[in-house]
Design a protein around this ligand. Structure first.
Ligand SMILES: Nc1ncnc2c1ncn2[C@@H]1O[C@H](COP(=O)(O)OP(=O)(O)O)[C@@H](O)[C@H]1O
Ligand SMILES: CCCC(=O)OP(=O)(O)O
Length: 357
């Protein structure tokens, strides 16, 4: 039997699970409040804090740690990679630690997997479909000025896992379908999946696409430049407007889409208006991705926490239903996706790639 530990550090939570082959025997989500996380200067400083929860839970639940031989983490903001499973190596750790493409909780994925695997005799550490998974068509990389280039940063793990679940549901291979997949969580990314490759997607981390519960998405660039040079804000304050204090947090003071939904339903006009603006922006980018796929779209898939909201589904159906049928896969199962990738490795069904950057 293969025993697997899967670790998913998110912007507001640490999620982890233990699988015995394909059977989940432990699944935990520890939510971290804004106040808790704000007390750390950066993501890397949260390493011990997050690691503590995992080790404590394994001990409390009576899981024999030494029996785990595969530890797999969510891959972070290292240099771009093609989709797949990667062995954690020193270079990957160095780049995740430095945050070569930015600071995000997922940078702790390879670091935590590596640390825990090193404590266990003969255990190995991996990541799969990291947030820097890059399958963009070259034309999609052009930003508009030679000093800038678009980069692929998105919820690759959940977008691809959801796309595969859908393919199975309709008895097709993922690699034969054209899909638009919208991950609607703390961050939002919408990808054009062309026969198994994400040929275009908004950077769901900083500064592209729809606003989200805690991110600003695309901002009017002239106004942003003016704010940067106004002398009113530090770099850190501007960065926080884009990630952490943008979107619902900025307009309504909460990163909970559920709370916004409840406020809107109870007649709060501002919440209703801002919620509609988010739905509108998500619908608009689905239209963009339909153009990328030249209108040949087999299905539009909505996933992530916000996809539980039936109003969102109805709205997107009205705006984009002319493109393709809209299917909803609420929530995310990134831990299962990680664990199944690890199982395929343990069974020798998948080739493990090396991070060489
Ligand atoms: N039942 C629900 N209805 C509406 N929104 C929800 C529901 N459950 C979770 N959410 C919202 O989804 C967001 C988190 O989504 P999730 O996909 O878990 O995020 P992340 O991208 O951080 O993993 C939060 O804003 C949360 O309020
Ligand atoms: C870094 C891109 C992935 C992302 O935004 O994840 P969360 O929504 O979990 O923060």
């Amino acid at each position: 039997m293969h025993r697997i530990l899967a670790i998913n550090p998110g912007s507001t939570s640490t999620k982890f699970a233990v699988y015995f082959d394909d059977k989940c025997v432990l699944n935990k989500t520890i939510r971290h409040s804004m106040d808790e996380l704000m007390s750390y200067k950066n993501v890397v400083e949260q390493f011990d804090f997050r690691k503590g929860f995992i080790i404590d839970a394994l001990v409390e639940e009576g899981i024999e740690v030494d029996s785990i031989k595969t530890v797999i983490g969510r891959g972070g903001l290292t240099y771009p990679l093609e989709s797949g499973v990667y062995r954690v190596n020193n270079q990957m750790i160095k780049h995740a630690h430095k945050g070569v493409l930015g600071q995000h909780a997922s940078n702790l994925g390879p670091m935590l997997a590596d640390y825990i695997a090193l404590q266990i005799p003969n255990a190995q550490a991996f990541i799969a479909d990291p947030v820097v998974t890059d399958e963009l068509d070259d034309v999609a990389r052009v930003a508009g000025h030679p000093n800038f280039e678009r980069v692929s940063i998105f919820h690759a793990l959940n977008q691809k896992a959801t796309a595969r679940v859908h393919a199975q549901k309709v008895n097709k291979q993922y690699e034969t379908l054209n899909l638009i997949v919208a991950h609607l969580g703390g961050g939002i990314s919408v990808g054009a999946h062309k026969k198994g490759r994400v040929v275009d997607v908004n950077n769901g981390f900083d500064g592209e696409g729809p606003f989200s519960p805690e991110r600003a998405g695309t901002l009017p660039v002239g106004q942003l430049i003016a704010a940067c040079y106004s002398g009113k804000y530090s770099e850190d304050q501007i960065r926080r407007m884009v990630v952490g204090e943008g979107g619902y947090v900025g307009y309504l003071g909460t990163n909970s889409a559920q709370e916004v939904q409840e406020l809107a339903q109870s007649g709060n006009e501002k919440a209703k208006f801002i919620q509609e603006a988010l739905f509108y922006q998500v619908s608009k980018i689905i239209g963009e991705m339909a153009v990328v796929l030249e209108g040949k779209v087999d299905a539009i898939l909505l996933t992530g926490g916000l996809a539980y909201n039936e109003e969102l589904e109805k709205y997107i159906q009205i705006k984009t239903g002319f493109i393709a049928t809209v299917y909803t896969y609420p929530g995310e199962d990134e831990l299962e996706a990680l664990a199944m990738n690890a199982l395929r490795v343990a069974r020798g069904e998948v080739e493990v790639k090396e991070y060489q950057k």
